[in-house]
Write a protein that binds this ligand. Structure first.
Ligand code: SAH
Length: 215
């Protein structure tokens, strides 16, 4: 408990200096960022840097996204609390934990087995009961629970057609689009005929890859 308390002040500063100062103003998102213990989602050796303004390694060549990007993407989904959200790229489960406080249920897919296992452990420890995880290629979506109110992709690449198919009409698909680490956030809203889209921040994500890695 003592050690968790020690992270409260850095977490509050992260919210005021990195999020509020840059225009994140959705109260529910700010509250989730203030509540989820980011230091418990990274290796204990990196815990002291968990609230720094950067991405950090989480093993298997992947990263936990910068706090601002997690908050920005969460805000762009415009969640009210009743939604079912599909996340592609669970990683260590931090963004999943934030989303789980903002909607009714999160379904999250990770293609690297050791990260999937680790996210399961992290989320169980944090008692996030409204989360379902699976290890698979997220480019195929998750048909069993479709359609979703929103789909968020946390690896950079190009959209799979399946994602729009698995969205409800009016639902939002948010992804970092592009190649070679040169991405731009794009927000698509499904319409009766096709979708509308908005190109937003330039950003850099780890790549969206095909298939499953068991090791
Ligand atoms: N949201 C995560 C960010 C992890 S980085 C967090 O908060 O930690 C992006 C993750 O997407 C990586 O773990 C990577 O393995 C995963 N990924 C890449 N391509 C994928 C795919 N096709 N299906 C599922 N996960 C994928």
């Amino acid at each position: 408990m003592q050690s968790n308390l020690a992270y409260e002040r850095p977490r509050q500063r992260m919210v005021s200096e990195q999020l509020l100062a840059r225009g994140v103003n959705d109260e529910r998102v700010l509250d989730a960022m203030l509540t989820v213990p980011r230091h418990l989602f990274v290796d204990s050796a990196l815990a002291s840097r968990a609230y720094h303004d950067c991405a950090l390694p989480i093993g298997s060549g992947q990263t936990i996204s910068q706090p601002y990007m997690v908050a920005r993407m969460s805000q762009l989904l415009e969640l009210q609390g009743h939604e079912r959200v599909l996340e592609i790229g669970t990683g260590c489960g931090y963004q999943t934990a934030v989303l789980s406080r903002l909607c009714r249920r999160v379904y999250s897919i990770e293609r690297i087995q050791p990260l999937h296992d680790r996210a399961r452990k992290n989320l169980r420890a944090a008692r996030h009961a409204n989360v379902m995880l699976k290890c698979a290629d997220g480019r195929l979506g998750w048909e069993d629970y479709a359609p979703y109110d929103a789909i968020i992709v946390t690896a950079g690449g190009f959209a799979s057609d399946v994602w729009l198919q698995q969205l409800k009409p009016g639902g939002v698909l948010l992804l970092p689009e592009g190649e070679g680490g040169d991405h731009r956030l794009v927000k698509r809203r499904k319409q009766a005929n096709g979708y509308t889209e908005e190109y937003l921040d330039a950003c850099t994500f780890v790549p969206l890859l095909e298939g499953v890695n068991h090791y």
